[in-house]
Design a protein around this ligand. Structure first.
Ligand SMILES: *[C@@H]1O[C@H](CO)[C@@H](O)[C@H](O)[C@H]1NC(C)=O
Ligand SMILES: *[C@@H]1O[C@H](CO)[C@@H](O)[C@H](O)[C@H]1NC(C)=O
Ligand SMILES: *[C@@H]1O[C@H](CO)[C@@H](O)[C@H](O)[C@H]1NC(C)=O
Ligand SMILES: *[C@@H]1O[C@H](CO)[C@@H](O)[C@H](O)[C@H]1NC(C)=O
Ligand SMILES: *[C@@H]1O[C@H](CO)[C@@H](O)[C@H](O)[C@H]1NC(C)=O
Ligand SMILES: *[C@@H]1O[C@H](CO)[C@@H](O)[C@H](O)[C@H]1NC(C)=O
Ligand SMILES: *[C@@H]1O[C@H](CO)[C@@H](O)[C@H](O)[C@H]1NC(C)=O
Ligand SMILES: *[C@@H]1O[C@H](CO)[C@@H](O)[C@H](O)[C@H]1NC(C)=O
Ligand SMILES: *[C@@H]1O[C@H](CO)[C@@H](O)[C@H](O)[C@H]1NC(C)=O
Ligand SMILES: *[C@@H]1O[C@H](CO)[C@@H](O)[C@H](O)[C@H]1NC(C)=O
Ligand SMILES: [Cu+2]
Length: 653
């Protein structure tokens, strides 16, 4: 009897906190505590940012292919949940280590700062990656850094003398939890994204990259931003692309204008000049087409320096001197500039991997943005905007009765889950019914991009047509983990479902993520059930008081009873026409002005915003009224305005 009591006590202790294994001799160990730090990276505004171990920028993780990486994460933020995602790493056989909250783990609560969440994974790929928080739109507040994996068998290693890297990103002077409620609000009915305050270069500005003449550098560039794509060019230098998102490519032709969306990475070979007589500007420019409006004080491009010699005054002469760039209009948005940018569809993976065979399953998703009953503007794949389940999806897989894991029902309606069969070839056909550029990211893999259409005007939006004989798929398609679709365009992504796991598919614009632009892939769940979830990860759930068994509604007795699941807001009432919405919008703007809370619109821009919205809503309703007339109509018409709920449902918290 005594023996049994002891065993029970041990079991109880185990329940309270799982023992962590000692760090192995060859493990690459990182002991991270998320902490608040003050920083002023653009020299304009000091603010609080999320650092690690009281430092910001956060550390670069620099490991070698084959390494086991252990990261212990403590949360000392006091007010926010955290998590870390290892962007671009496949996590094969180790899905639980991926990091997105509600997909493969619970939020790591600030309630217990002495608790360490342990990420423990091996790195089987080489190349340029990054890591970032994957909860509540948090990473733009600073919790994002570089993850480099060195390759002992780098096919290009004889072609460069040195490997250097830098990041580009957008930057906000305000904290995300302050921006989100205004963004996801009835007062922002078109879902206009907050305009960044600045762009950063390697988390600073006015910086230099020291180079020597007559050498070749492998230069890796990582966009760790949250929203805008950036153009990167170096005066009088060309670059040859050799890697995208961890995939080696055949060396591209020399190019002079790179275009990098949020979350994408490029490695290029850069040959330096033969003498050190001149230093050259490195220009980074915002893709101005992504901004709803351009405040006058927004700096659209920044100059940093490729520094050949130590004379800080030695910079090229001429009218274009300091602000040299090749963007004629100076707003990152003129057609000529856009046409000149390097097209990643031209790249050929070095391994020559051919287009996979015709798909066993095709997932067709239409991207739209629209208002629901609370007046908030959401983003949708088909009619669904992503809402967090009550149990992280991986844990639903793990706790489901055998045979039931393949039934998408148990994952709930608003996780928008597709169950994939092991080793099937899958096509994702994505039709962008929105006038914006969106960088889409899939966790757990790189995918082939056999086809991407051109941009279309709003009225000409064209869904992908599999019958169209003029469409030719690439024979050896480009592969990467983040690819952009053009405004009103479409694209096809193809992959083999050979990595059992729960993988998130989402837009890598954090604002759009928060609007719900995501769906879930549950890939080969029967196989996935053989994987291991460390007890330490369940401890995080206990602290956050999140259940770890059951379906999306947390029901662990009847997995088919979804009663109580988290769902999206209701649709706007039937009969609530485009005019009604426009009226709602006007009343919002009135309220908006009344409140004096002009967040990111300048007052002068509101008129354009109205016209844009009228056009947008009329297009959707198929009505033909010109802007001025309908403005009159609308003001004369009584409308019922739904009661606004000013707070969002914390979908991804
Ligand atoms: C990491 O995971 C492996 C495989 O599960 C395990 O053997 C090892 O003990 C873990 N290491 C640490 C430091 O937790
Ligand atoms: C990691 O750091 C914490 C303090 O922040 C410390 O308590 C812990 O012992 C460290 N872990 C290891 C394995 O060094
Ligand atoms: C960069 O240089 C500009 C112009 O000289 C200056 O206004 C700005 O404050 C500088 N920024 C930093 C971070 O030093
Ligand atoms: C990164 O790791 C590689 C391989 O261990 C090493 O050669 C290189 O110096 C490291 N770079 C930095 C900046 O730490
Ligand atoms: C952290 O996540 C838990 C579980 O979803 C939630 O209840 C809590 O409100 C979150 N905490 C913060 C500070 O957002
Ligand atoms: C970018 O900053 C990191 C430190 O945050 C540094 O290690 C790296 O060398 C910098 N890159 C260049 C090209 O200077
Ligand atoms: C840049 O290239 C142009 C055209 O080849 C040349 O005229 C100019 O002198 C070069 N500028 C510098 C600073 O080398
Ligand atoms: C996507 O939109 C097209 C029309 O643009 C429509 O034919 C198709 O049915 C839609 N697909 C889905 C899955 O809603
Ligand atoms: C789970 O489903 C069963 C059967 O439908 C129901 O009786 C039970 O109340 C549900 N549990 C919860 C927590 O909703
Ligand atoms: C599902 O569970 C709820 C309780 O959460 C219960 O009221 C309902 O009857 C159950 N539905 C079915 C079909 O069993
Ligand atoms: Cu997007």
């Amino acid at each position: 009897m005594k023996f049994q009591v002891v065993t029970a006590a041990l079991a109880l202790a185990g329940l309270c906190s799982a023992q962590l294994a000692p760090i192995g001799k060859n493990d690459k160990y990182y002991n991270f505590t998320a902490t608040w730090v003050n920083a002023n990276p653009d020299g304009v505004h000091e603010r609080r940012v999320i650092g690690i171990n009281d430092q910001w920028p956060i550390p670069t993780i620099n490991v070698t292919k084959g390494d086991r990486v252990i990261v212990d994460l403590y949360n000392d933020l006091g007010t926010q949940n955290v998590s870390l995602h290892w962007h671009g790493l496949f996590m094969e056989g180790q899905n639980a280590q991926d990091g997105p909250v509600w997909i493969t783990q619970c939020p790591q609560s600030p309630e217990d700062s002495s608790f360490a969440f342990r990420y423990n994974f091996t790195v089987e790929q080489a190349g340029t990656y990054w890591y970032h928080s994957h909860v509540g739109g948090q990473y733009p507040d600073g919790l994002r850094g570089v993850f480099i994996v060195n390759d002992p068998e780098d096919p290009y290693k004889d072609e460069y003398d040195e490997h250097i890297w830098f990041t580009v990103s957008d930057w906000y002077h305000e904290e995300i939890p302050d921006l989100l409620p205004d963004f996801l609000s009835v007062y922002n009915p078109t879902g206009a994204e907050p305009i960044p305050s600045n762009i950063l270069f390697n988390d600073t500005l006015n910086t230099t990259i020291k180079v020597e003449p007559g050498k070749t550098y492998k230069l890796s560039i990582i966009n760790i931003g949250a929203f805008v794509s950036q153009y990167v060019e170096i005066m009088n230098h060309t670059m040859e692309v050799i890697e995208i998102d961890g995939v080696y490519t055949e060396k591209s032709d020399p190019i002079d204008l790179l275009y990098i969306t949020s979350a994408q990475r490029y490695s290029v070979l850069l040959k330096t000049k033969d003498d050190a007589s001149t230093n050259f500007p490195i220009m980074t420019t915002i893709d101005g087409t992504m901004l709803d409006l351009t405040p006058e004080d927004l700096v659209l491009y920044q100059t940093n320096w490729l520094q050949y010699n130590d004379d800080p005054n030695d910079r090229p002469e001429g009218p274009e001197n300091y602000y040299w760039h090749t963007d004629k209009e100076g707003d990152g948005a003129d057609d000529e500039f856009e046409e000149r940018r390097f097209d990643d569809m031209d790249l050929v993976p070095l391994d020559g991997m051919k287009l996979l065979p015709d798909p066993d399953m095709t997932i067709t998703v239409n991207v739209t943005m629209n208002n629901l009953n609370n007046g908030i503007n959401y983003a949708f794949f088909n009619e669904l905007t992503w809402v967090a389940p009550k149990v992280p999806v991986l844990y639903t897989v793990m706790s489901s009765p055998d045979g039931m894991e393949t039934d998408a029902t148990i994952y709930g309606d608003n996780t928008h889950t597709y169950v994939l069969k092991h080793n099937d070839v899958i096509d994702i056909v994505l039709n962008n019914e929105d006038a914006g550029t969106h960088p889409f990211h899939m966790h757990g893999r790189v995918f082939q991009v056999p086809y991407r259409s051109e941009a279309y005007e709003d009225d000409d939006m064209t869904p992908f047509d599999p019958e169209d004989e003029d469409i030719k798929f690439a024979e050896v398609p480009m592969r990467r983990d983040t690819v952009y679709v053009k405004p009103n365009g479409n694209m096809v992504m193809r992959f083999r479902a050979d990595n059992p796991g729960v993988w998130f598919f989402h837009c890598h614009i954090e604002w759009h993520m928060e609007q719900g632009l995501a769906f879930t892939l549950v890939e080969a769940p029967e196989e996935l059930k053989k994987q291991y979830v460390p007890p330490n990860h369940f401890d995080a759930c206990k602290i956050a008081e999140v259940p770890t068994v059951g379906n999306a509604a947390g029901n662990d007795t009847d997995f088919l009873n979804l009663s109580g699941q988290n769902l999206q807001e209701k649709d706007l009432p039937a009969g609530f026409t485009a005019r009604g919405i426009v009226a709602l919008v006007f009343s919002c703007i009135a309220a908006f002005l009344g409140m004096g809370a002009v967040a990111w619109y300048g007052a002068s821009d509101i008129k354009n915003q109205e016209i844009r919205m009228i056009q947008e809503f009329e297009r959707e309703a198929g009505e033909e009224v010109d802007g001025a007339e309908s403005l009159q109509d609308v003001q004369d018409e009584p409308v019922h305005i739904p009661h606004p709920h000013l707070h969002h449902n914390n979908a991804t918290n």
